[in-house]
Every structure is written in C-alpha cells, then in structure tokens.
Design a protein around this ligand. Structure first.
Ligand SMILES: [Zn+2]
Length: 454
C-alpha cells in the first residue's frame, strides 16, 4: 500500500485526541508521504510544496481515523437471521454455525469488502477481523481478506482464528487440526505481518474461544504469539454460561484458564470482558491483557454490561469493537461508540463517561489495545489517518457543541476519509469499490448461504 501527501485546510474543528485534548478551530494539517508532518491554525507552513494535493475542511470536523478491535466479517451474510434473532449467545451461535459449510474465499472477500465499506463510511481507518471458519478446501481465507483490505485501502489486522474441538455447537467440517492451524499461522505471519511504523498489515493469533479450542492449541497459540511478538486474541468473559462451562470442564474460571495456558502477555486482548470479578480485573491490569468492548453485541444477545470506566480506572487497556456482523448486526463504528457511551451511563449514571471519553475508546485507546503507537491521534509523526464528518446535517443541525454532537446526536457518515494521506472517501463516495454492484453480489450469495443452496 502506498503512502501519499495531502494538505487539508480551513478545518472547522480539528479534534486532535492529543494528551491535552486540544480542539483547533480553522485549522490545517499537512500529511507528507503518509505521516503527519505539521498541524496548525494560522499561517500555512513555509515549506509546503505548491503542488501538494489540497482538500477543504470547511464545515467539517476532523478526528483521528477510528480503530475497530473486534469483528467477524463473514457473519454479514447472516444478518438478522430469523432463527437467532431473539436468542442468547449459545443458542444463537448454534444456528449461526450451521450455515458455513459451503462458504469459500470469494465469499469472505465479498463480506470483507462490504464490512470494510460500512466501517470506512462511519470513520474507521484501521480494522481488526477475527476469522475462525475454515471449511475444508477453503484454507486461504485470510489471504482473501488481505486482498479485500488492499482494494479498499485500510490498515488491516487479520486475526487468524481456529477451532479444533467438536461440541454441540460446531460440526466436523468447521474443525482443523492443531498442526494445520499452526502451520498456516506461521505462513501468514511470514507472508503478511509487519510491525514497522505505519504498517498496513498485521497478523493476530486468534483461537475462537476456550470452549472450541484444545488446551494444547491455546498454549501453542500463546507461545507462537510471544515468539513472533504478534497480537493474541480470543473471546472471554462474555456470558455467565461461559463461566459455568469453564468451571465444569477446566475446573477454573475462563480467565484463570487462559492465564494458565500462557496468556499472561501484554499483546493479548479479549473480546467482551463482562463477567470478571475484582481479582480477575487485577490480573488483567497486572499482565497488560486488554478488552475489546462490544456494546451492541452485548445488548443484542443480552449478555451483560462490560464495566469499562472501572477497567480504565484500574489501568486496563480497553478499545471498541463493533463485533458481529450477525450479533450487532451492522458495523457503524461511530454508532458503536455512542452505544458504548450510553451503556456506561446505564450502568454508572450520566457522569460515568463523557463524549470525549467515548471518542478516546475509538481512537488512541483502541490503537494501544492492538499494540500500535503510530495511529489514534492527530499529532506530528503519527500516520496520516483521519475521518472528516459534516458539522451540520439533519441529525446534528442546531447543535451547540459540535464535537460532543458527534457522539450525542444520531451517528452520521463521513464526508471524507483519509488513510496514509490517501483520500479513500470523498464527498461521501467511496472510491475503491462499486457499492451497488458489491451489495448485489453479496446479497445474492447471502441468500444461497442462508438457504444452504450451495
Ligand atoms: Zn466476537
């Protein structure tokens, strides 16, 4: 992926998300070769080349590109799937898991393009997906996702998921051997992974859950992540039923079990983190293990409320995950932050979280969670990734505080999206894909998958 240079001027509100939470008025930002070189409010920089591409920020709010830390794109072919629409996690999952026997790389490519379009139009520039379904004959799923992410033009961190234990919830065709999983993970790390500043592709080792992976696979996954210094990720602490299952089968609660399997690793993060007790919260903080907070999925499945403010007070890393796409069932990341803001208030009162706190969750805190210190803020040296939203549109017209309105008013879509200095969305139009054509192909295939046609 290429970096580019860009000068954005007359920005009505530039929300830096820097350490002082500065919001600059009538500001400019100069991105050179993919990275932020300077930002300011008055005179343009003297060294600014005449021929640099220029974009007006008039009437717009600019924020750092949002970072999504947990998702399953493949599920967007089973959104609002009737059998699971009014069920909790495990029965919902049982219906969901039946659908994918004939799901192949081309299908995941469509799902990834569609899911990325949703995220990008709502402000995301860096995206994690957790893919763990590899039916026989579809071994190159993650390669297909990287193709899609390159086409769409975002930074993509692929969670190479895995399942190797049969249960009521999972059929044989969805399982792989531990050797095959580890071999493919090694291949993907050497083919795609980079941890250089400004990198576009990373691999995360991501067993689906302790309930669908053997102890040996959980251990080997943690060892391999530590050896290559890559991210490590799974689901944990989502439901009370999971705690009960874990006590019955492993004689310990889910987090203790993972830690016993070597997950005491500061590049590990867990999706959900709802049902942890105080000593488990201390363990998360001590080991630097973070949480991807997925408020919509937690509400949709009635799983509970992740105690985000309490976690932040205890120094636990927390970021935002839209999760889904069939337990959300959409991928609007700004909308997810709004739900996170209000769910925290349901739990802890109106002062439990501010609009800026919620924006932190989607920017530098999510970046920190996935192990990146080069995205999530608008500051010199950071990647030139930013989302520009209209200050006024139907759902925010008449607002007094334009920045808070981004979270407090109904979520809107970006007018422009910049990744590494490249304009990916301009005037609300996404340039990398024909959205109508993509939606048509995706819808047709979704219909076949839902009806098990082929
Ligand atoms: Zn998930």
């Amino acid at each position: 992926m290429k970096n580019a240079s860009l000068f954005i001027y007359d920005i009505s509100y530039l929300v830096t998300m820097d350490h002082e939470h500065r919001v600059l008025r009538n500001a400019w930002i100069w991105i050179e070769d993919g990275f932020i070189k300077e930002l300011g409010t008055n005179e343009y920089p003297e060294a600014l080349p005449e021929n640099v591409y220029r974009l007006s920020g008039s009437g717009k709010i600019l924020i750092p590109g949002l970072v999504n830390t947990h998702h399953h794109f493949y599920q967007n072919m089973a959104r609002a799937y009737t059998p699971g629409n009014n069920l909790p996690l495990l029965p919902w999952l049982k219906h969901m898991n039946k659908l994918w026997k004939n799901f192949r790389e081309n299908d995941l490519n469509l799902c990834t393009c569609l899911g990325l379009a949703e995220l990008m139009l709502s402000g995301a520039t860096t995206v994690v997906d957790h893919h763990y379904v590899f039916p026989e004959g579809a071994e190159n799923m993650i390669d297909a996702q990287f193709d899609a992410a390159s086409q769409m033009g975002v930074r993509f961190h692929a969670g190479r998921g895995s399942m190797n234990v049969k249960s009521d919830l999972i059929s044989d065709w969805a399982l792989q051997s531990e050797d095959a999983i580890l071999e493919d993970t090694e291949r993907l790390i050497s083919k795609f992974h980079s941890d250089e500043k400004g990198c576009w592709q990373q691999i995360i080792i991501a067993p689906c859950a302790a309930t669908s992976c053997s102890e040996s696979l959980l251990r080997s996954s943690a060892e391999m992540a530590k050896k290559h210094r890559v991210g490590l990720h799974t689901h944990c602490g989502e439901t009370v039923a999971e705690n009960e299952f874990s006590l019955e089968h492993f004689s310990s609660r889910p987090l203790d079990y993972l830690l016993e399997c070597g997950w005491d690793y500061n590049r590990a993060w867990l999706a959900h983190g709802i049902h942890f007790n105080n000593s488990e919260l201390k363990a998360l903080s001590k080991h630097g293990v973070g949480i991807a907070h997925c408020p919509n999925a937690n509400m949709r499945l009635g799983s509970g409320i992740c105690p985000v403010p309490k976690m932040l007070e205890q120094g636990i890393k927390v970021g935002i995950g839209v999760d889904g796409s069939a337990s959300n069932d959409s991928g609007h990341i700004l909308g997810e932050l709004r739900q996170g803001l209000y769910l925290a208030r349901v739990d802890g009162g109106a002062e439990a979280m501010s609009a800026i706190d919620a924006l932190e969750l989607g920017t530098w805190r999510s970046a920190e969670l996935i192990g990146r210190d080069d995205i999530g803020r608008i500051a010199a040296g950071f990647c030139g990734d930013c989302a520009l939203f209209p200050v006024y549109e139907l759902y925010s017209n008449g607002c007094e505080n334009a920045v808070d309105a981004l979270l407090i008013c109904h979520p809107r879509q970006v007018c422009d999206l910049i990744v590494g200095g490249n304009i990916r969305i301009s005037n609300g139009n996404i340039s990398s894909v024909d959205l109508d054509e993509l939606m048509h192909s995706h819808r047709n295939r979704a219909e076949q998958i839902q009806n098990n046609l082929h």
